[in-house]
Each structure stands twice: as C-alpha cells, then as structure tokens.
Write a protein that binds this ligand. Sequence first.
Ligand code: SF4
Ligand code: SF4
Length: 380
Amino acid sequence: MSDFKFYPHYVVWETTFACNMRCVHCGTSAGKRRPDELTTQESLSLIDELADLGCAHMVLSGGEPLLREDWRELTKRSKQRGIGTYMITNAFAMTPKIVDDMLAAGMDKIGISFDGTEKTHNYIRQRDDSYAQVINAFKWCKERNLKFQAVSQISNINIGELDQMREILNDNGTVDWRIQMTTTTGRMRGLSDMVLSLPNYAKLIDKCIEFRKLDGVKIDPGENIGYFGCKGTELIDGGIYLGCYAGTRVAGIESNGNIKGCLSMQEEFVEGNIRDSSFTEIWNRPDAFAYNRQFTRETAGGPCRECHYLALCRGGCTTTSFAQTGERANNPYCIHRMELEQGIQAPPDEPYIAEILARFESPEPVETDSSPRSTPDIPS
Ligand code: SF4
Ligand code: SF4
C-alpha cells in the first residue's frame, strides 16, 4: 500500500449520534446527541476541505441524519463542491416533503434500512411502527424519482427471512438491495450470539449468489462478506476483491470530529480530531492509518497470514476481523477460509489476478489506481 495514492475518495460521516430508534444491532449504540457535535460552520468547512482533497462521494449517516437540522445545507454544499451525496436513513422521520427537500438539495441517492418482515424489522428497530414507515418511504421515493437502495444488516435474527425480504422488496418496486453482515460492534457487543454463526454466514453467501442470478431486485453485497475462493469469486461475478480501503481511499468522521479510516471501525482506530488538527493534517500524517497503509504479511494473523490472496484482500473487512479476533487481518468470516477448512480448493487464478498477485508480491513498487469495490458498510 505504500505505493498507493491515498486520498479520501469515499467518506461516511456520522453527522449526529442522535437517533429516534434503539436498534438491537446498532453498530455504534446511537441514541442521544453527543454534547460536542460539529457545528454547521465547522461541518461546511470540513466539506470544503474534503472536496479540496479529492472526495468524490459522501454519505451522510448517523445516528439518524434526518435529526440533524442542517442536513439540507450540508447536502447542498457537498453537491456544490462536486461531491456525489447520499444519505442512509432509518426512514422514521421521512415524509413526502422530506423527499422533495432531498431532491431540491441535490441528494443523489438514499439508503433505507430494511431488516426483515414486519415483526422482525419492528423487533430489531424496537418500534412497532417502523416497518410501515419503511414501506411508505420506498413508495414516496419511487413516486418522486429519488433513487434509493434498501440496506439490510443480516444477523442470526433475520437470516431465515431472506426469501421473504426479497419478495417484499420486489413487491415494493425496490431495484437495489445492499446486504451487509452485522458485526459484534456497538450494541451487538452485548448480543454476540446474534451475530451470524459461521454456518449461517455460508448460507448468506449462498443466498446472495442465488439472488444475483434472479430477475428483480439487484443485490449489492457489502464489503464485509465474501472474499475469493469458489463462492467469494462467484459472489462478485469473477471480479476482483481489493480489500479494505479504510484510511487509504475511505474515511469515517464521527459527529464530534473524530477521524477514523472507516466509520464502522471501533474506537481503537480513531486517528485524531479535527478540532485539534485539521482533517488534512491527520490524513497526511506519515504514521496515520498504519494498519492499512503499512500493511505487510507479517501484520496479518491466523490463516490470513499464509493466504494466497492476502496481498489483494488484506484480510477483508477490518471492522469484522478486529471484532472477531482483535487482529486487523485474521478474519474468520471469509468464505475462502471456510472452503479451505472443508478441503475445497480455490479455482485457478484468472490470468489477470495471477499477474496482479505476482506484481504485489514482487519487491518492486507497484502503481495502481483502483478505487473501492463499492461502498464501505454503513451503520444503519
Ligand atoms: S483467508 Fe484472509 S486473506 Fe485470505 S481471502 Fe480470506 S480474509 Fe482474505
Ligand atoms: S466496511 Fe470494512 S472493508 Fe469497508 S472500509 Fe470499513 S472496515 Fe474496511
């Protein structure tokens, strides 16, 4: 990674910690606003700084970003600065007027959290009327031509409902479905038996592969599922997974100005606060984001350290690996690792993958201009 150009191409921003829900799977235990959240002026200056650094995509997240009163202003500034601007919302505060305001502010697309059939979604969200509101939000977005995506966190609670969830989305005209795995972070730290068991993780991969072959809602696998081997490669249609971009092409901002490589990462990964040093200073520190920028085979652990694909994958999702093993790259939630444990060998590398692996393993510097596979997984 040391020969890679680092810039915050994709930023996920917890604009507020306030939330109107108390979801059992919340990756950050959001609830009450932090007492020291960035002001509007600080936030607008930060957007300008990110634009100057080359930010191309910004996700306004939370907590619940609609509870931040200046979300329209932040969206407008981000768009004025040429940044693709998105929001991830639980939809509880949405109304037709909010959809109109999003369009007027220039919002490119929103993600709407959707976590199961009515009973399950309402249980996870801890509000009896939350499912009905999600269905309303799908309808309002569709009627007004605001692009949207359903975003689902999959755990042992809802893994058995994937077929029904797909039917609901098709019935409601949803064309995009991002599927992520819930990790043992935030509120789930106390509910770790609800995080997918390894057999259920394998079922999730199978379902995603099955759904991708069907007409209807299009599946967008989250960055914390898959990785090489037979099924990992099939999951992304033979494409190439280039690992975690936290702190290299992705940045996370907490509502109090703390900076991390990715918003979903644990507090151990906070690199600094923009009230002490500017984002640019934090981003450009020679020792910043060392877990990715200075990644070597020796910094990996467990089976990842010996893995054929390590130079590309770097242990997959940092948040998931660290949550499970306390190590940056020792990730049990890898379908390739699971296949090897079952004696299933990966197919021969496509020539272009073999060539890239050989280049990465060579002592000569390697230039690459790849961008993140899609989007980092987002607390929802
Ligand atoms: S075993 Fe580790 S390095 Fe290899 S593909 Fe899986 S997560 Fe990546
Ligand atoms: S979601 Fe996981 S893989 Fe993606 S940037 Fe964050 S830590 Fe890395």
